[in-house]
Design a protein around this ligand. Structure first.
Ligand code: TXA
Ligand code: MG
Length: 329
């Protein structure tokens, strides 16, 4: 396995490797993806093998633009308007797939719908344009670990299971894309992300998150085991124990230790602050990296301060709640 800085030369080489059926980890604005040619069933099989992921979980297919996306799925007027507004960017659309689109059945898990995304990251864009094939890419981590937001996370999680890591620093968004299902009569957000239901309000007035509906979750990404640190996660902490790690948000001035003293005086390796200034976008970009850094057997738990549920805070809380439930099982 090679880690390569994402120069144009490296991207061209990676694009060639995609066409040879190899696996390439590459940066997107959300998280790093583990990419393979979406037409190549064997290459897709290697993704599932590398991640140790149950094969019924369908993958997101990445394309460079709406025009290419329209070769793979049926877009109605609403889908076109939303794609024109939000692509390229951290949005995945679930749409009826075209039956002759050539996408591997394994990639779509045999569904007649397809998950499509046009990423805005320049390296992802270049890779897609040079490869000239749609690239299926789940997050580049082993199943059950938080998504990787920096090249080192990919290396630590997948190591030799990817043929190349195209490295381009930290991901700016830091949370996986919003998944919007437009394939059903009533559209629904299957996974929260940087775009919130408020962002879509002028297109879909009464849009809901799937957990606000009575429908059973359709997106297997809703399964809780996706974000599971090895130690318990305790939410909405207002003070912490001496042996707990602190995942802070905003000022820690009023955070105390149960045994007396200030949380701020804990050793540096025992605390991380998602955003000292209380900026939710900064918090999102730090979330997975800090969960990894605090996930250490020497701590009894990760105590997490309250994060407001507005804007991208909805998605942050969603990931934190999954981490808490999964890690306490
Ligand atoms: O930000 C992202 O979306 C990243 C980057 C790499 O693009 N990718 C990512 O992929 O998070 P993954 O495989 O970890 O998550 C894909 C999500 C899952 O929740 C999956 O169940 C859902 O998309 N999905 C894929 N195809 C679907 C379909 N046809 N219907 C419903 N949900 C689908
Ligand atoms: Mg994932």
């Amino acid at each position: 396995m090679q880690i390569k800085e994402a120069s144009l030369k490296a991207i061209i080489e990676a694009a060639g490797w995609i066409n040879q059926g190899k696996l390439i980890a590459f940066p997107t604005e959300t998280v790093y993806g583990l990419g393979a040619n979406a037409f190549d069933g064997q290459a897709i099989a290697r993704i599932f093998e590398a991640k140790g992921r149950p094969t019924f979980n369908p993958l997101i297919v990445h394309v460079p633009d709406l025009e290419t996306a329209q070769e793979l799925a049926d877009f109605d007027d609403l889908a076109i308007r939303i794609a024109e507004k939000f692509w390229p960017g951290p949005l995945t659309l679930i749409l009826p797939g075209k039956s002759d689109n050539g996408i591997s059945e394994l990639c779509t898990a045999g569904l007649n719908t397809i998950a499509l995304r046009v990423p805005s990251h320049p390296v992802a864009q270049d890779l897609l344009r040079k490869a000239e094939v749609p690239i299926a890419a789940p997050s580049a981590n082993k199943s059950g670990e938080p998504s990787p937001t920096a090249p080192i996370h990919v290396k630590d999680s997948l190591g030799g299971k990817t043929d190349m890591i195209l490295a381009a620093g930290k991901c700016t968004v830091g949370l996986e894309s919003t998944v919007l299902d437009l394939s059903t009569e009533v559209p629904v957000i299957l996974r929260s992300g940087a775009f919130t239901k408020e962002d879509f309000a002028e297109y879909i007035p009464d849009l809901k998150y799937v957990n606000e509906t009575t429908n059973s979750p359709k997106s297997p990404g809703q399964t809780l085991k996706h974000y599971a640190p090895s130690i318990p996660v305790r939410l909405n902490a207002i003070d912490i124990k001496q042996d707990e790690a602190l995942l802070a948000f905003g000022s820690t001035k009023f955070m105390g230790l149960k045994t007396g003293g200030a949380a701020a005086d804990l050793p540096v390796d025992q605390q991380r602050n998602l955003s000292e200034s209380g900026d939710l976008h900064e918090a999102a970009s730090n979330l997975f990296a800090y969960l990894r850094e605090l996930d250490h057997a020497k701590f009894s738990a990760i105590a997490v301060m309250n994060v407001p549920k507005s804007g991208i805070g909805v998605a942050i809380n969603d990931r934190l709640e999954r981490a808490a439930i999964a890690s306490n099982q």
